[in-house]
Design a protein around this ligand. Structure first.
Ligand code: PLP
Length: 394
């Protein structure tokens, strides 16, 4: 063929992180068929969907089987009942400015993160390092120029805005609570970013996928911060809150007050979604709405509490051992400094060999991840306790 391809895809580094991990685990299993493996590597939920959610989805299936209540194409920005429920949730977490009309329901946060560059021009992009790799890759695919702000032990993996002299208006990604570090911004920390964005004419894309894990007095949404409606889009998800990683539903908030060059960003996002996306199934949205009300909400919180008990158990061990870590409090992730100043892959091999525990080397999340390691609290309590006993002998 003689067509031209989008060669920016060549700029995206092939990541072998999870395939490398799988390969090493397979080899270990072949060599040690009798050893138990404790998997703390992947950021996927493991508890089944709460009963109130599956009941709502079953009811939706029944409606689909009846001519009188059948639903065809969903509204492109989401059913009103779900947009209302999400807006009510924002009221409960201190952001009444998030009205139903500025909420765009999607099939998950990852899709929206990947799709947002569609409506943005060729702006410089600022991304924290380490962070969820989708921000980097989706911008590379569009040929954007990326600079990084460093998360390090010195700033507890909460990078501050760069000195704003000579900063062009930029697109800034913030993930709080962060994947992989579990670090979460304080009100002051997030206010500094909002003020920086307002001052430099920049846009913040705030990823709140782990909001439900926050239990300390920290911002659950960027719209708790004054001025954010003039500089921030927020992306969130039912994946980790309601166990929807396999069901697929999320949302994006694009306030009508966001404008660039006299054009509302919501106009472009609404057009983008209406053109390229055909909505989320009625059954899924019924389940999602059930997660935000009454019994469904309580059940989701109980699942989050289960994962957080795991995180606390792990955090206690590393605190007692004097091993530096972030996360574990407002997050399902523990991000620890590999003991003995070894690299993440060396630590990976060492705990696989000694304990049969699988985690994720920090090297997979950016240059500053080198020598760090991510453990997740999404496993069973029993396995987490076994892992804790083993980590005590580190
Ligand atoms: N944002 C962050 C920070 C994540 O860690 C993940 C998934 O692990 C996502 C977004 C993707 O969420 P979703 O399942 O809604 O696509």
């Amino acid at each position: 063929m003689d067509i031209r391809l989008n060669n920016h895809f060549l700029d995206v580094k092939e990541t072998y992180l999870f395939s490398d991990i799988a390969k090493r685990v397979r080899k270990f299993q072949e060599e040690n068929p009798d050893r138990e493996i404790i998997r703390m590597g992947i950021g996927d939920v493991t508890l089944p969907l709460p009963g109130a959610i599956t009941s709502a989805m079953e009811e939706a299936v029944k409606q689909m089987a009846d001519k009188a209540s059948f639903h065809g194409y969903p509204p492109e920005y989401g059913y009103d009942f779900l947009r209302d429920a999400i807006s009510d949730h924002y009221k409960n977490i201190g952001a009444p400015s998030v009205t139903p009309g500025i909420i765009y329901v999607s099939d998950g946060a990852k899709s929206d993160l990947g799709n947002l560059p569609d409506i943005l021009g060729d702006n410089p992009v600022i991304i924290p390092d380490p962070v969820y790799p989708v921000y980097v890759d989706s911008n590379l695919m569009n040929g954007r120029k990326i600079s990084f702000v460093n998360g390090t032990k010195e700033n507890d993996f909460l990078p501050e805005p760069p000195a704003d002299t000579g900063i062009e208006p930029s697109v800034i990604y913030i993930c709080s609570p962060n994947n992989p570090t579990g670090a979460v911004y304080s009100y002051e920390g997030l206010t500094a970013w909002v003020n920086f964005a307002l001052k430099t004419g920049s846009l913040i894309i705030f990823d709140a996928a782990y909001e439900a894990f926050i239990s300390e007095d920290k911002p659950h949404t960027i719209y708790e911060i004054p001025g954010a409606e003039s500089c921030a889009i927020e992306i969130s998800s039912f994946s980790k809150f309601a166990g929807f990683t396999g069901v697929r539903c999320g949302w994006t908030v694009v306030p009508d007050t966001l404008e660039a060059g006299g054009i509302k960003l919501s106009k472009f996002w609404a057009r983008r979604q209406a053109t390229k996306f055909n909505g989320v199934s009625y059954i899924t949205q019924m389940g999602a709405a059930a997660s935000l009300s009454g019994k469904g909400f309580e059940e989701c919180l109980a699942n989050i509490a289960y994962y957080k008990r795991n995180a606390t158990a792990l955090a206690n061990v590393f605190t007692d051992k004097g091993i530096y870590f972030t996360g574990g409090v407002n997050s399902p992730y523990i991000w620890l400094k590999c003991p003995g100043d070894i690299g993440g892959w060396e630590f990976f091999d060492s705990i696989l060999e000694r304990f049969g525990i699988v985690g994720t080397p920090g090297e997979g999340f950016g240059a500053n991840g080198s020598g760090f390691f991510r453990l997740t609290a999404f496993g069973s309590y029993e396995n987490t306790l076994k892992a804790c006993e083993l980590f005590k002998t580190l």
